[in-house]
Ligand binder design. Structure first.
Ligand code: TEU
Length: 606
């Protein structure tokens, strides 16, 4: 059993119930989207055996844990985020034995396995929901069922209980003929929201969580967990019900209003999270709970992740990954760096003394940050900006998350036609916005999709430059479920793992730095020159050690901002540069002139 030594983390952090400091305080977590990671049986879909076959690659990268997007039994309406059996593996991914084998091999390599927990909703094909369709069943109020709007014929146009829209298009209410009522679905109509007000629902979830932890997994990433507590009145009625419809003016450009203001960070969220912690995690150690935190502010993050409140270890926040979208997903604009810096600073400042930060720019829902905020116009700028973005993120205080392919410098898909997309959110949004609401032209929407569709991050992992990038065997006789990116020849693991100048090698150095350097894992964070439009600079301090991180987040040669320059007036000593994405001599000469070349990034001990 070779488990890597965990670097001791000073008590300044906090414990998560275990005797020692939490393992995740100086760890790096790698997210796998199983459908696109490695196809182990040549059917065009990724699977568990494929993942197991690639664990040595992840051990080489140096990561400490894997967040596995859902592999449970599912109709795959939302690629597994619609679960029909929490205690079984979907045959497309393999079996429970394959899951046990993956966990066992990962543990041998010192890598923990964190599963995705999707319990704001189930699939409509889950036995719980099917039972709930019968008003007389014991599960009749396990979901949010409501009659048609007063005075309307159930099932007729406009008879929905209110005007909420589902995240994936259409009304958030679906009429069920058998029950004669509507059920709420914050996401797709095949993802009915569970009623967390019902203690039977909560305890069924906790039982399932304990079943998985007892089976040997190491924690959960909790899907939209901050949506589970809905805002209801004293009579258990949803907003707008007692006055009929939510007023028309509340409806957005597509004719619906969002349920999220009534479900994000709801009134009982802290209570539910504390109950879950008590029922599932109390007495356990060395686990990780990370929640997806829609609607959670940095200040609320501090409360939820403060160990004294016994809720979650950390959360994924959203302010920073929305700074270029002004609240509208499909209208992505040019990044204004000071806005990103302020969002990151707010998150870091809020947890300066207690609580914790997750650090991410990429996941299976976000477009590739390199395409979004980097420069992929040339191979040189792609590699250099990938390293710059990585260094900027990984030098913050918190737990970094690497999304599959990010460590290779993979880019957005480059799709130009609707039939290349598979994500229901993208396809539904195209039809709703272009054909129904007519708020975007087809050309404009295809441009939006090319920039922000979730499929941009879901193209098959690029292992080599063979026909299907080594994801599916070239002679499999089947195509991967989603097209391989056309740049597989330039960007693939086979070409990068052995190359000391590759993006992969740079991620490996950043991960090693977090394992070995206390300042990186637990030093304080202070940003400087926050208003500078091109350079992001910040200090990490622990005891008498001070690390200065400087990143030119632009394609231009720039002058060092004042505060940053003043800390470097003595020039750079090569042995104090902990990591850099440029040749040290070039860096030294640029800094001596008070300048930085495009996408230069470095960490300097001052
Ligand atoms: O994501 C929630 C969520 O809001 C994302 O779907 C994303 O913000 C979306 O693209 C909105 O534009 C979680 C999962 O990460 C996502 O994959 C699921 O589709 C969703 O929940 C429903 O389970």
């Amino acid at each position: 059993m070779t488990t890597r030594q965990r670097h001791h983390v000073p008590d300044a952090i906090h414990t998560n119930g275990s005797a020692s400091n939490p393992w995740w305080a100086n760890a790096v977590v790698y997210q796998i989207y199983p459908r696109s990671f490695q196809d182990g049986n040549a059917d065009g879909y990724g699977d568990l055996k494929g993942i197991t076959s690639r664990l040595d690659y992840l051990a080489e990268l140096g990561i400490d844990a894997i967040w596995l997007s859902p592999v449970y039994r599912s109709p795959q309406d939302d690629n597994g985020y619609d679960i029909s059996d929490y205690r079984d593996i979907d045959p497309m991914f393999g079996t429970l034995d394959d899951m046990d084998a993956l966990v066992s091999r990962a543990h041998e390599l010192g890598i923990k396995i964190v599963m995705d927990l999707v319990v704001n909703h189930t699939s409509d094909e889950h036995a719980w929901f099917q039972a709930s369709r019968d008003k007389t069943s014991p599960k009749s109020d396990w979901y949010w069922w409501r009659p048609a709007r007063e005075g309307c014929v159930p099932g007729s146009e406009g008879a929905e209980p209110n005007r909420w829209g589902g995240t994936f298009g259409g009304s958030a209410w679906e009429y069920d003929e058998e029950r004669g009522e509507y059920y709420l679905h914050t996401f797709s109509r095949k993802q009915p929201d569970l009623n967390w007000e019902n203690p039977e629902v909560r305890h069924a979830v906790y039982d399932m969580m304990n079943w998985w932890l007892d089976r040997g997994i190491d924690g959960f990433r909790m899907d939209v967990i901050t949506l589970i507590s809905k805002t209801i009145d004293a009579n258990g009625r949803l907003p707008g019900e007692s006055q009929g419809l939510i007023p028309d003016e509340a409806a957005g450009e597509e004719g619906y209003s969002s349920p999220w203001p009534f479900s994000m960070d709801g009134p009982r969220l802290d209570e539910f999270l504390q109950e879950m912690r008590a029922e599932v995690f109390e007495g356990r150690t060395d686990y990780l709970t990370v929640g997806e935190g829609q609607g959670i502010s940095p200040v609320r993050n501090e409360h939820i992740t403060d160990p004294a409140n016994k809720e979650l270890d950390m959360l994924f926040l959203f302010d920073h990954v929305g700074v270029d979208q002004d609240g509208a997903k499909w209208n992505i604009g040019q990044l204004q760096l000071p806005e990103l810096k302020r969002a990151m600073v707010d998150q870091q400042t809020a947890v300066a003394s207690k609580g914790w930060a997750s650090l991410y720019f990429n996941n299976h829902d976000q477009p590739r940050a390199l395409s979004r905020w980097g420069d992929t116009s040339t191979e040189e700028s792609r590699v250099k900006s990938a390293k710059a973005i990585a260094l900027m993120l990984h030098m913050h205080r918190g737990t970094p998350y690497v999304y599959q392919g990010e460590e290779l410098g993979m880019t957005n898909a480059g799709f130009t036609a609707l039939d290349q997309y598979r994500d229901l959110e993208s396809i539904n949004a195209f039809h709703q916005r272009v054909e129904d609401a007519k708020v975007q032209s087809a050309e404009s929407m295809l441009d939006s999709l090319s920039k922000v569709s979730r499929d941009n991050s879901r193209t098959p992992m690029q292992w080599d430059d063979s026909r299907y990038a080594g994801f599916t065997p070239a002679d499999a006789g089947v195509e991967p479920w989603l097209a391989v990116n056309g740049n597989k020849a330039e960007i693939n693991a086979e070409g990068e793992v052995a190359d000391p100048e590759s993006v992969f090698a740079f991620y490996r150095k950043l991960i090693a730095l977090r394992h070995t350097d206390d300042v990186v894992s637990s030093g304080s964070f202070t940003a400087i020159d926050v208003d500078d439009a091109k350079v992001y600079a910040f200090l990490r301090v622990l005891g008498d050690r001070r690390l200065l991180t400087v990143v030119n987040m632009s394609s231009e040669r720039v002058s060092l901002p004042v505060e940053t320059y003043l800390r470097l007036t003595d020039g750079l000593e090569a042995d104090k540069v902990l990591i850099a994405n440029v040749d040290i001599d070039d860096l030294t000469s640029s800094v001596a002139k008070g300048e930085l070349s495009a996408w230069s990034a470095f960490v300097y001990e001052i």
